[in-house]
Design a protein around this ligand. Structure first.
Ligand code: SF4
Ligand code: SF4
Length: 590
């Protein structure tokens, strides 16, 4: 049977058919749906972990125990997971182990566009790159065969367009793969320096065998049309290249890209007059091919930054501009991303942004938008967890410079569990007076509402222990903790003012469910969640525009009428009503 699947759904299906037993991930676009779809297969135990390092360690443990395991993450997640990954490449597997990286060229929802193919070379792991959903499924299954045959975990690299685009996939049956027997094997699984030296030598031998495999596998194939132009490509770039050149070029399509099939590349290159390497972002293939002494055209013509598409390749290599539909630019209104109507982070950033002589270190999540106009409440955003640790760094530098400035760090609930806790321990242990604001909207909101250790549910939908953020903060030694309703501006203001005076570290927890959240039984018990809307009484509106300063997308302004609240999108958080100095914003029905 054939089914239309995204690349992420196809990887999940491939894991199912390959007989995977355990899967673990931390959600992150564009990888999130892999685990969400694996969770639908009851034969696979699946879980959201607090971060990617834990996810890989769970997969490693399951693999050592003899189970086929999978861990998935977005590209920046691999930076967090790199520690166990590098060492597990040395040790080798028991049950097959596949680590999926979903890279984000063009940074649709990421802070950088690192090309994780380099991780394969750096960690010395075989690398697989599918170009469509059928390959995503088939190659996932082959990845387990490679992992077990060559005794090494496999890195499986997708990019956004493969993850999220759909194509037909032939479905198969689940293989009945038994969990291999586990027996203690200290020389194999205990990475002491003496043993690691041996493992490294063994791994180099495995890589030689994997290169032989690369030259013979169905993952790498030639497509012959002409000897005039040859194209070496992989992943989604293959689809773009085919769209531009069609049968006017021959292709060496690589699905297994580390170690490279050098023999195959030499043979293909020797048969064509002009050779292009078409790949997105970094010259990963090109550098190695050039090092083999082969003359190719690549990054001198094809951009190294942002996503590729057929138009870019056509212009770069053929000098042909595609016809584009002209649009009336005057009619196109630019709409920067903004916090949603009724977002519980708005009240916090509105009050925090009013404090002018403070530093606010931000973090990765919806709340990164607190840095945008009109809230302007953020000085830095680096990576998950840095909202906490960077606050400490600011304070230590300010202490040395004699600068007196209050520092606030913001971090979301899921991000606090991911990597905020360690930063908070550092703040207490190394004595900063930072105030960390944990924006607890009761869900992992930005990636699409995944459960986390604070929500009370698991990925598989079971009820779970709620890990209490306040208790963690207490346990690491924070004495000043206030949990507040961020929609109540007085509470927000008071807690910020109180924190400004403290000479020791403190935590403010803003606790209110995300405005888009499907409320759970637990939410209904904990919060007064009643449907309500607000409107502007235009007779009272003085057109002062104060309400626009909160940046709620439900509020628009008309010079003749004054402010207007869109009744379809207002969720009744009441923040605008608290801001209006003329009492012109009222609750519908009152
Ligand atoms: S803050 Fe009140 S008075 Fe001022 S524009 Fe908004 S609704 Fe009108
Ligand atoms: S009550 Fe005001 S701030 Fe809240 S969602 Fe409605 S319009 Fe926006």
């Amino acid at each position: 049977m054939k089914k239309l699947l995204t690349g992420n759904e196809a990887v999940a299906r491939g894991a199912y058919e390959a007989g995977v037993h355990v899967a673990a991930a931390y959600p992150g676009t564009p990888s999130t749906e892999i685990l969400e779809n694996i969770a639908k297969y009851k034969e696979i135990y699946s879980e959201w972990t607090p971060n990617e390092k834990v996810a890989v360690e769970v997969a490693v443990g399951a693999s050592m125990a003899g189970a086929r395991s999978l861990s998935a993450m977005k590209h920046v997640g691999m930076n967090v997971a790199a520690d166990p990954m590098f060492t597990y490449a040395y040790l080798g597997v028991n049950g097959g182990c596949v680590i999926v990286t979903a890279d984000d060229p063009g940074m649709h929802s990421s802070q950088n566009e690192q090309d994780n193919r380099y991780y394969a070379r750096h960690a010395k792991m075989p690398l697989i790159e599918p170009s469509d959903s059928q390959e995503a499924k088939d190659f996932t299954m082959e990845a387990y065969e490679i992992s077990e045959k060559y005794d090494v975990p496999v890195l499986f690299r997708l990019t956004t367009r493969v993850c999220h685009s759909k194509s037909l996939v032939e479905l198969g049956e689940r293989k009945n793969v038994e969990i291999k027997p586990y027996s203690r094997n200290i020389p194999k699984f205990v990475a002491t320096p003496a043993r690691a030296r041996v493992h490294h030598i063994e791994l180099e031998e495995k890589l030689k065998k994997l290169e032989e495999y690369a030259n013979n596998t169905f993952l790498n194939k030639e497509e012959w049309n002409t000897e005039e132009i040859g194209i070496i490509t992989s992943g989604i770039s293959y689809q773009y290249a085919k769209e531009v050149f069609g049968d006017k070029a021959s292709y060496l399509k690589l699905g297994f890209t580390y170690p490279l099939p050098k023999k195959m590349i030499k043979e293909f290159s020797s048969k064509v007059k002009k050779l292009y390497v078409i790949e997105e972002n970094e010259p990963f293939l090109e550098t190695e091919i050039k090092a083999m002494g082969i003359n190719v055209i690549g990054k001198e013509k094809i951009p190294i930054t942002l996503e590729l598409n057929p138009d870019i390749i056509r212009e770069a290599l053929l000098g042909e501009k595609s016809k584009i539909v002209e649009q009336n630019k005057e009619k196109v209104v630019s709409r920067p991303p903004t916090l949603c109507s009724g977002c519980p982070h708005r009240g916090l950033f509105y009050e925090l942004g009013k404090k002018k002589d403070v530093v606010i270190t931000g973090d990765i999540g919806c709340y990164t938008l607190g840095s945008a106009e009109p809230l302007n409440a953020m000085d830095s955003v680096v990576c998950m967890g840095a909202g906490v640790s960077a606050a400490h760094g600011f304070i230590k530098a300010f202490e040395q410079a004699g600068t007196k400035k209050k520092v606030f760090g913001v971090v979301g609930d899921s991000t606090f569990f991911h990597s905020g806790i360690t930063g908070l321990i550092d703040i207490v242990y190394n004595k900063s007076n930072a105030t960390i604001i944990i924006l607890d909207n009761r869900i992992t909101a930005m990636t699409g509402h995944q459960e986390n250790p604070g929500t009370g549910y698991t990925l598989m939908g079971e009820k779970a222990e709620i890990i209490d953020i306040e208790a963690i903060c207490k346990a690491v030694g924070i004495k000043h903790i206030r949990t507040i309703n961020p929609n109540n501006l007085k509470e927000v203001k008071d807690s910020i003012n109180e924190a400004m005076e403290l000479t020791e570290p403190s935590v403010i927890i803003t606790k209110w469910p995300c405005a888009l959240k499907k409320f759970t039984e637990i939410d209904m018990q904990q919060f007064e969640l009643k449907p309500q809307k607000y409107y502007v009484d235009s007779d009272k509106c003085k057109k002062c525009k104060m309400c626009l300063n909160i940046g709620c997308p439900s509020i628009s302004f008309d010079e003749k009428i004054g402010s207007i609240i869109d009744q379809d999108t207002c969720v009744g958080c009441s923040v605008c009503a608290q801001v209006c100095p003329f009492d012109a914003i009222k609750k519908v029905g009152e």
